[in-house]
Design a binder for this molecule. Sequence first.
Ligand SMILES: CC(C)(COP(=O)(O)OP(=O)(O)OC[C@H]1O[C@@H](n2cnc3c(N)ncnc32)[C@H](O)[C@@H]1OP(=O)(O)O)[C@@H](O)C(=O)NCCC(=O)NCCS
Length: 226
Amino acid sequence: MVEGNQEQLFPEGVVLVTRRDLAEGPDLFPEELHAMARATPARRYEFALGRRCAREALALLGGPRVAIPVGRFRDPVWPFGYVGSITHCHGLCAAAVARTLPVNSSCAIRGLGLDSEPAASLSEELAGVICTANECTWLAGRQGDDTPWDRLFFCAKESAYKCLFPTTHRFLEFRDLGVRFDPEHGSFDVVLPSLYGSPSHLHGRYAIQDDVLLAATTWMEEPTRP
Ligand SMILES: CC(C)(COP(=O)(O)OP(=O)(O)OC[C@H]1O[C@@H](n2cnc3c(N)ncnc32)[C@H](O)[C@@H]1OP(=O)(O)O)[C@@H](O)C(=O)NCCC(=O)NCCS
C-alpha cells in the first residue's frame, strides 16, 4: 500500500533522512553511549540508527556534527538553532531536522514531530482510548476503507506530542487532541485544548508506505508584527 508521499511530509526547509541499516557501524558519542549503557543490543542498534539519521540530516543543513543527548523525558536534545524528531518502526528509522529560522523563510519552526506505526488497525478498545467522540463518529463513516484510520489517529497524535514536548514540556492525553484528516490532500490538523495556550493548532501530513504509517507535524510560527 502506498498513499501520500514521504518526500512531502514536511514543508520546505525540513530535511528528512530514512535508513534501514547502519552500514558503517554505530558512531555514537560518549554521552549517547552512556545513555544506552543498560539497553539491549536491539535497542542500542535502533538508537544508533536514529542518531545516524539525525546527524545526516543536520549535516545536510550545514549543522554541526555533535552528540544529540537524551533529555530527561527521552526527548532528543538538538543543538542550538535546530529542531527535530526521530522515529523507528519495523526496522525503518527516520529523523527530520530543520533550522529554527530556515533560510529564505519568514516563519520560524518551533518544533517537528515524526511518528511511525505498523499499518494495522487498533483493537476497538484501544481506538476508544485514543479517539475523541467526534473522531469515533468519523471513523464509523470510514468502515471498509483500506486505510487503518484508527492507527493513523494514534500516529498523528504521537507526532503532535513529539513536536510540542521538547519546547512545552507538557504531557498530553490522547483525547486532549482533536485530529481532523483531509484524505484528499494527505494532511491533518491538530486542535489543542483551549487551556494549552500556544499553539492552538498544528498542521501535519501523513504517508503510508507498505507496512508503515508515517505522520509528521510541524509547529510554525509567523513573526510577531510590531
Ligand atoms: C515518545 C512517544 C510519543 C513515541 O514513541 P514510540 O511511538 O513508542 O516510538 P518512536 O520510535 O516513534 O519514537 C521514539 C523516539 O521519540 C523520541 N522521543 C522520546 N520521548 C520524546 C519526547 N518526550 N518528546 C519528543 N520526542 C521524544 C526519541 O527520539 C525516541 O527515539 P530514541 O529514544 O531512539 O531517541 C511515546 O513513547 C511516549 O512517550 N508517549 C507518552 C506520551 C503520549 O503518548 N501521550 C499521548 C500523545 S497525545
